[in-house]
Design a protein around this ligand. Structure first.
Ligand code: 13P
Ligand code: SF4
Length: 395
């Protein structure tokens, strides 16, 4: 495989749900809102959210992912990336309700890591993740059969990105693998290769870009050591020989937000802002990551900008809600922060959690009605927890 991967344009069979109004129970994104949402133009929404929070007191803990809207993040008790939020949720055993302002796979992970007495709530069940939807349990089970037939399954350790459904995490747990996030992908891959033994392989799910970037940039593998398994083609579109020679078997998934940044965006911003530092998330395509000055997880991006000297300029390739917030936060310190691309690039599913959904969820809880609870079944939870615990124990 070459390093310059074209943007993956295979349509997912699941079209995005419009405004959370449709229903898609088979997808990672869940179903539409079962309640009566307050009107978005209600001028009292902020006050209503505050009042409901006060009524709930310490029984409530609100988590907010960095990509959430400003109108929502202001109500978060803690903010963070998916890894930090999962740990924060696990560290609050006294909270009866954990309202997760993020997307479905994050709420699932929070449910897995918290006790059965705690209810994890996702204010809009249609807040899913198109990347997580690109690897279904059936497709991954079929891929494992393909690897078994090629004689490589026994020497392959699966590693799944946090951005995957609980089913995929459970598959990983069952087959001796681990979960990783963009902050610990290098450690997770190093661990997995050690488990796989000499000439062992990693099956990396579902983000081909994070997998390739970590293998090539951080572990020093060659791009030719990576093959891409396409679940829409028989045998993944690979021969048994290609599978045997590969070290990294990358699932053909990507983030529709980070996948949009291109080499052109990098060249254009460098021409426009002399001396600009290009800083991107490792979910971006390999050629973008290779052309950037700095690469890192959401938390890493925030830390780097925090420490940046006054007068420096930064073009940041990650979700727009976060970039805009960082630009506003650091402008008074004389740091120029711009979005890497000229076109607007919000994560549409993250944006589904808006103030009306949050108010609806908080008021329902304050009235004693548990809504939109995310509950992973016991068997899936057991094996997904194995994979998550392996991640939490990574050296
Ligand atoms: P992190 O939260 O791990 O930075 O992942 C980015 C992302 O795409 C979340 O959906
Ligand atoms: Fe999924 Fe990308 Fe949105 Fe994150 S930013 S939730 S990976 S689509």
């Amino acid at each position: 495989m070459t390093t310059a991967q074209p943007l993956d344009v295979t349509p997912t069979p699941l079209a995005l749900l419009l405004l959370g109004r449709a229903s898609d129970p088979s997808s990672e994104r869940g179903v539409d809102c079962p309640g009566d949402l307050p009107s978005p133009s209600d001028p009292g929404l902020v006050e209503r959210a505050r009042a409901a929070r006060e009524r709930l007191g310490s029984r409530l803990f609100v988590l907010g992912h960095h990509y959430q809207r400003d109108e929502v993040i202001q109500f978060a008790d803690v903010t963070g990336d998916s890894f930090k939020l999962a740990r924060d949720a696990a560290a609050r055993p006294e909270a009866e309700y954990i309202v997760f302002c993020g997307v479905h796979f994050m709420a699932e992970s929070a449910d897995i890591l918290t006790s059965d007495a705690q209810a994890v709530i996702l204010p809009d069940l249609a807040a899913g993740c198109s990347m997580a939807d690109m690897a279904t349990a059936e497709q991954v089970a079929e891929a494992w059969d393909v690897l078994t037939d090629a004689g490589v399954a026994r020497s392959t350790v699966p590693v799944t990105y946090m951005n995957s459904s609980a089913d995929i995490k459970a598959f990983t747990g069952r087959h001796g693998g681990t979960v990783c996030t963009s902050s610990n992908a290098e450690r997770a891959l190093t661990w997995a290769f050690a488990q796989a033994g000499e000439n062992g392989k990693v099956l990396f799910l579902p983000d081909q870009h994070l997998g390739r970037n970590t293998a090539v940039r951080d572990l020093g593998l060659s791009p030719d050591d990576c093959v891409v398994y396409n679940p829409h083609k028989p045998g993944g579109g690979l021969t048994a020989d290609q599978l045997r020679r590969a070290r990294m078997i990358l699932w053909r998934g990507h983030c529709s937000v980070h996948g949009r940044f291109s080499l052109d965006s990098v060249e254009e911003v460098r021409a426009r802002i002399p001396g600009v530092n290009v800083l991107v998330h490792p979910e971006c395509r390999h050629e973008v990551v290779a052309a950037a000055d700095h690469v890192g997880s959401t938390e890493h991006i925030i830390r780097l900008l925090d420490r940046a000297p006054a007068g420096s300029s930064w073009a940041v390739g990650t979700e727009l809600n976060l970039v805009r917030r960082l630009a506003a936060r650091y402008a008074p310190e004389g740091k120029e922060i711009v979005f890497l691309d000229r076109t607007v690039c919000f994560c549409s599913t993250m944006n589904r959690i808006d103030l009306p959904h949050l108010v609806w969820a908080l008021e329902s809880l304050a009235d004693g009605k548990v809504v939109n609870r995310i509950q992973v079944d016991q068997d899936t939870e057991h094996f997904a927890r194995l994979a998550l615990d392996r991640m939490l124990a990574l050296p």
